[in-house]
Design a binder for this molecule. Structure first.
Ligand SMILES: Nc1ncnc2c1ncn2[C@@H]1O[C@H](COP(=O)(O)OP(=O)(O)OP(=O)(O)O)[C@@H](O)[C@H]1O
Length: 250
């Protein structure tokens, strides 16, 4: 679902992310870890062609679309629908005066889901909200009436309703407290199994990564310094920087 080769992202001539190889198949979870400014978010955003003012080179294929050469129309087909972005605080991206149900219905119509039929849309909405363990009543609420964890699960429900095959999650739990973090990770983990989602997770939280990722890429100052199966990288790291990250764990 995601295939990256020799990706390089530069801002004003300065390379900020270099990723030689990154693959995420259906049903897999790959995590990118590293300290702040190491190029994790830049890598993630470049996979949807969302790095404004950047020079991006290499080969990036997401849901069968060649992202670096695709037309804006072709990119719109995957962005937000087949490949969904889940950010740290989705609440700020939700229109404050619009009920969540209205918002979801609009997004579904915009992407032609359910062919605009009211009943079918209701069914899809109810199903996706249930899939993230939210009560259907949430669809009548406004964004400010829900908690951070609920907002994050709503963002995931929206992705599911739109038929996402790939979820790109940028620090999806770092604004949440520990028990709520576990709920969100549990939902992502279950959905990837049940729906064969490809999940690319950016996180500085190695404890979280160890519970969900199959493979890990460790980034430092824009370079991938280590990558491999999560079980190996997180228990027998070969790079001193990975060891440092692990030693910093509480
Ligand atoms: N739009 C931009 N213009 C110029 N430089 C940018 C831009 N976006 C990011 N950068 C630079 O790219 C580098 C990598 O940033 P990035 O946000 O990808 O790191 P990160 O590992 O995700 O960090 P964080 O965890 O803090 O988000 C940083 O030096 C940052 O200043």
């Amino acid at each position: 679902m995601i295939e990256v080769r020799d990706l390089e992202v530069r801002y004003a001539g300065r390379p900020v992310a270099r990723v030689p190889e990154l693959d995420v198949g259906a049903g897999e979870c790959v995590a990118i870890v590293g300290e702040s400014g190491s190029g994790k978010s830049t890598t993630l955003l470049s996979l949807l062609g969302l790095t404004e003012n950047a020079d991006v080179s290499g080969h990036v294929r997401v849901c069968g679309v060649d992202v670096l050469t695709a037309s804006p129309r072709r990119l719109r087909e995957i962005r937000g629908a087949r490949a969904a972005l889940v950010m740290q605080s989705p609440q700020s991206a939700l229109s404050p005066a619009t009920r969540l149900g209205v918002l979801m219905r609009r997004a579904l119509r915009l992407h032609g889901v359910g062919s605009g039929e009211g009943e079918r849309l209701d069914e899809i909405m109810a199903e996706s909200v249930a899939a993230v363990l939210l009560d259907r009543a949430i669809l009548r609420r406004y964004p400010h009436e829900i908690s951070g964890g609920q907002a994050q699960r709503f963002a995931i429900a929206l992705a599911i309703a739109l038929g996402a095959e790939v979820i790109l999650a940028d620090e999806p739990t770092s604004a949440l407290d520990v028990t709520v973090q576990a709920e969100v990770v549990g939902v992502l983990s279950r959905l990837r199994e049940e729906r064969d989602l490809a999940l690319l997770l950016v996180s500085h939280d190695l404890a979280l990564v160890s519970t969900i990722a199959d493979r890990v890429l460790v980034m430092k100052e824009g370079e991938v310094v280590e990558s491999g199966p999560a079980a190996r990288v997180l228990t027998e790291p070969s790079h001193p920087y990975t060891r440092e990250l692990l030693e910093a764990l509480p």
